[in-house]
Design a binder for this molecule. Structure first.
Ligand code: SF4
Length: 105
C-alpha cells in the first residue's frame, strides 16, 4: 500500500467512524414523544400504555405496547426507540397508540 493509499484509507476510516458515531449519538439523543404532542394526541399515544383511554380505544389490550408493535424500530430490550409515525423522536417501549400492529410471530 502506497503512502497516498494509506492516507486515503485512514481518512475513510476516521470519517466513516465519525459518521457512525454521530448517527448513533443522534439516535440516542432523540427526544421522547410527549403524550401532549399534537401527533400523539391525534393517534391516542400514551407513553404508559396503562393510561390509554379505554372508552375511546376499546380495542386496546393490556398486552399491547410499543415494544411488541411491528412499527417499533428499537430492540425488544430498549426502553425507547424510533417509530416511523413520530419522525425524529422516540416512543417509550411501554407506550401505545391507535396505529398499533402486532409483530408477526
Ligand atoms: S405505531 Fe406502534 S410503535 Fe409506533 S407509537 Fe404506535 S404502538 Fe408505538
Amino acid at each position: 500500500m502506497s503512502i497516498t493509499n494509506r492516507r486515503t484509507f485512514m481518512l475513510q476510516v476516521v470519517v466513516g467512524g465519525s459518521a457512525i458515531a454521530a448517527t448513533k449519538a443522534m439516535a440516542q439523543a432523540a427526544p421522547q414523544v410527549a403524550d401532549t404532542d399534537a401527533n400523539a394526541v391525534s393517534l391516542g399515544y400514551k407513553s404508559d400504555a396503562s393510561k390509554v383511554d379505554a372508552k375511546k380505544y376499546p380495542a386496546h389490550k393490556a398486552t399491547q405496547h410499543c415494544g411488541n408493535c411491528a412499527l417499533f424500530q428499537g430492540k425488544a430490550t430498549d426502553a425507547a426507540g424510533p417509530c416511523p409515525l413520530f419522525p425524529g423522536k422516540q416512543v417509550s417501549s411501554k407506550g401505545w397508540c391507535s396505529a398499533y400492529q402486532p409483530k408477526a410471530a
